[in-house]
Design a binder for this molecule. Sequence first.
Ligand SMILES: [Zn+2]
Length: 324
Amino acid sequence: MIYIDTEPYRKKKNYFGNRTTVEELYFERILDKSKNLLDLAELKVFIEKNIPNGIGSNWNGEAVFKYLILLPPEELAKFAKIKYTEICNDLKSSQSEVVDDLKKVYTDYSILSKSIVLGKSEININQFLVRELGITVCPYCNRNYINNRGDRFAAQMDHFYSKDEFPWLAVSLYNLIPSCGACNHIKGTKDFNVHPFIKSDVEKNEVKFSYQQTTSDDVKVIISTTKVRKGDIGTIKLEEAYSIHNLDVRNMLLREEKYSKKYREELRQLLQTDGGIESQLSLTDDEIDRMIYGDVIFEEDIKNVSLGKFRKDIYQEIKKLRDY
Ligand SMILES: [Zn+2]
């Protein structure tokens, strides 16, 4: 639902005297584990055979592997057109083996919970990724916090493209989406259409919150989006998740009622003649709204604000009802 900027993965930074990127550190760590386990030449043959125009013809095994591990989010779909179950019977055993082994790097070896050494300190790979991305709220639901707790990893890594159907993407960096346990668990092995790392896709398929008055004192949160996105939202049962926030909409509506146009004018007058002294202080409607609904309604960057998108959208809906 929320776009996550992955620029921090590609930005050169000083990691304890070593000027490098998250991508490089990640790849080195994966390669270090995989080079004895995987037949990279076989991997190249597999990709050439099954993913048309996936790689350059003159690349060696390691170049292919690096490309696969660091596939940009926009390229992932090209590698997820054909499912493993559809081709596994036609593969030579050496090719099935290399694909199975690549998945094992994630499952059996749990590569993401292994540490990365940065100077004198160590940090688990998954914690490192979430820390460097700087995200603290699940991008799928924009509700649950996923921040690390000390040395404990509180997020889960969702495979955007399932590691069972597309095992060759099991450890591809941009196929790993830090998410909350609930979203990851409910999504399971199902595939989403909109990738949170692809800005244009997220924007094109915006998830919009509004509400509907069901009875005189009850309201219901409504989520609308494009046809493409609807499936994603249904998969993680986002409407059900947000149904407990009907109450929040009601509270916002009650506030709106309380801070009516008349009330705002009284408030302004009160401030202007504070203690009998004429004051220059005057509040705009936006400033009053900020006091009523919180800063979040004007916040540009809501990726780390739980319910940020919901509050912003509902505020806009409420504002439409005003006659001033
Ligand atoms: Zn979530």
